[in-house]
Design a protein around this ligand. Structure first.
Ligand code: NAD
Length: 556
């Protein structure tokens, strides 16, 4: 048993190998993935139980973490652990095909759904912010977002630059858990990346994991280096330790027009996620504690200016988009009327993929052995030989992606493909080709499990952006289908009041029962996304629904 008042790597080390610490592989998987989320190689600030995305946590506090671990260890195969905003609150009798864990994170009644109210509850120890995969125990480090970012820039390149970012200058900010994927995704698309990040340790972390190529301390030197790489058609990424606003101001002073422009600071959370440009990181960290209201005021001023600069570059011809952090809404709240003149990345680049049920499908090797992932990579390439971009991604990922924590892989698979891949993985486990079971899950940046009007559901064809029945249905459906753990969250990605979304994870332990559950869950989960988009009037989704027999019309 763990006796501790704070997180330490030694005490909370993720178990690996084929020995169970729990009464079954489903419980064991939840235990390993929870601890993996907090592994210092994976989490941004494990000492505060913060995984990524501002203050996205895996457990409410250290006592809750200890209790979840104990709960998972005693949990029977026909019981379910209930977790309320990161705190375990009960174990109830269910049945073997029911989820072993049910999680609800950061839910507030709509009239109270704002940061102000949440902050009070969090301070009182009554809630935690689950972000997306932090509180649903399926974060796999920056790789999780690399392919999505890679797909986004690939689509952008297709739409604007003839299919490659070669010879383009791509400017952005934020090298956190998610944002850290930007430089690698841009260089994988052959472009130059210039990225501002206030906290130097974040830049160093991305250098260590090879997501970023260079750090250049002086702002003008960094800009010069980026311009040189652009002229020479070299794919290089450069991190510069300054505020995003300072980088954009300097580019404007020097009359330099980025080819693409976006941002991945944690603007969704003005108090803990965004640095005001008139303060140094140290000053900001002091003010955040001493005078939070003043901090928030300065952060809003900065975000206003930040978006104003982005709009100015957009007018001059930069392909400008919001990267899912709600920066535009913050500027608008501060009074910038045309903040939404540049689009979000989903309507601009991702929605056609959602219509085919595509999204960030991922799996992790519970054995801890990278060889297990290498074998599944090979299997995926054999399973989908016609898919050229998948081949390119897996090959690049094998070369460039350093595993963080449990070895894992991500790829964007759609309707029909996820089921096929999941069953093939289960078969590999059952034949003993892998050293231990595999967990399969996805991000909440997804087709059918999210309502987020400034991101995933921005500008829906039928105006149903804010309809949140879909994520609730998704969680209910995956519970009924037998996912291994299911979570329903509020506020991920874009902050309190702006999103409702659901997560699911399912374990392929090689059994026949798992095979049946995988068939249901991996068909239904993307299927609801296809149904949601077909219902909103998207033709690609309607065709996909027909092809896979998902619609009601095919049944009645
Ligand atoms: P994070 O909190 O781990 O990192 C944010 C980084 O931004 C920090 O390193 C911080 O120092 C830096 N920063 C803050 N203000 C800055 C400023 N003004 N100038 C320069 N740097 C600044 O967050 P993350 O996990 O990287 O997520 C970033 C944002 O992207 C979040 O809002 C998140 O919700 C959103 N997000 C995007 C996607 C996507 O697909 N694009 C997916 C999930 C989340």
């Amino acid at each position: 048993t763990i006796v501790s008042s704070k997180y330490t790597q030694e005490k909370y080390k993720t178990p690996t190998g084929s020995q169970l610490n729990c009464k079954g592989w489903l419980q064991e998987a939840a235990l390993r993935m929870l601890l993996n989320n907090l592994d210092p190689e994976v989490a941004e600030r494990p000492e505060d139980l913060i995984v990524y995305g501002g203050r996205g946590k895996a457990a409410r506090n250290i006592e809750s973490l200890d209790m979840i671990i104990k709960g998972l260890k005693i949990l029977e195969d026909d019981e379910t652990l209930l977790v309320q905003s990161g705190k375990p609150v009960g174990i109830v009798p269910t049945h073997s095909n029911a989820p072993r864990v049910l999680i609800s994170n950061s839910q507030l009644v709509p009239n109270w759904a704002n940061w102000e109210h949440f902050d009070k509850l969090e301070k009182a120890g009554l809630m935690m912010y689950g972000q997306m995969t932090a509180g649903s125990w399926i974060y796999i480090g920056s790789q999780g977002i690399v392919q999505g970012t890679f797909e986004t820039y690939a689509e952008l390149a297709k739409q604007h630059f003839g299919g490659s970012l070669k010879g383009t200058l791509n400017v952005t900010a934020g090298l956190g858990g998610m944002g850290g994927a930007q430089p690698l995704a841009i260089t994988m698309n052959e472009g130059v990346c210039l990225v501002a990040e206030v906290e130097e340790w974040r830049i160093k972390k991305r250098l260590e994991t090879r997501y970023l190529d260079l750090m250049v301390n002086d702002l003008d030197d960094a800009i010069d280096e980026a311009l040189k790489a652009k002229t020479e058609n070299k794919a290089v990424s450069i991190g510069v330790p300054v505020n995003a606003v300072q980088l954009l101001e300097r580019l404007r002073e020097r009359n330099i027009l980025p080819d693409t422009l976006t941002d991945q600071t944690s603007a969704h959370d003005p108090l803990t996620g965004y640095y005001p440009h008139i303060l140094s990181a140290e000053e900001a960290n002091v003010l955040r504690e001493s005078n939070p209201a003043e901090y928030i005021r300065l952060a809003y001023d900065s975000m206003f200016k930040h978006v104003e600069l982005m709009l100015a570059f957009q007018k001059m011809g930069a392909v400008t988009f919001d990267y899912g952090n709600n920066l535009r809404a913050r500027a608008k709240e501060k009074g910038l009327k045309n903040a939404f003149d540049f689009p979000g990345f989903v309507p601009a680049f991702i929605r056609p993929l959602f219509c085919e049920g595509k999204g960030p499908f991922r799996w992790a090797a519970l054995s801890g052995d990278p060889e297990d992932i290498r074998k599944t990579d090979e299997m995926i390439l054999k399973l989908f030989p016609e898919n050229e971009s998948l081949k390119r991604w897996i090959t690049l990922a094998q070369e460039r992606i350093a595993f963080q924590g449990l070895p894992a892989r991500i790829c964007w698979l759609g309707q029909g493909e996820r089921e096929k891949a999941g069953l093939a993985i289960n078969e590999m486990v059952s034949k003993g080709e892998l050293k231990a079971p595999i967990v399969i899950g996805r991000d909440h940046l997804d087709t059918g499990s999210v309502a987020s009007p400034n991101r995933e559901t921005e500008g829906m064809k039928d105006g149903s952006d804010a309809v949140a029945d879909w994520p609730v249905l998704n969680a209910l459906m995956n519970t009924a289908g037998g996912a291994s753990w299911v979570s329903l969250h509020h506020g991920g990605g874009v902050g309190m009041g702006y999103s409702i979304h659901a997560g699911m994870v399912i374990v392929a332990d090689g059994t026949v029962a798992a095979e049946e559950r995988l068939k249901r869950v991996l068909r239904n989960d993307p299927g609801l996304g296809v149904i949601r988009h077909a219902d909103a009037g998207y033709e690609i989704a309607q065709q996909t629904a027909r092809k896979h027999g998902l619609g009601l019309n095919e049944r009645i």
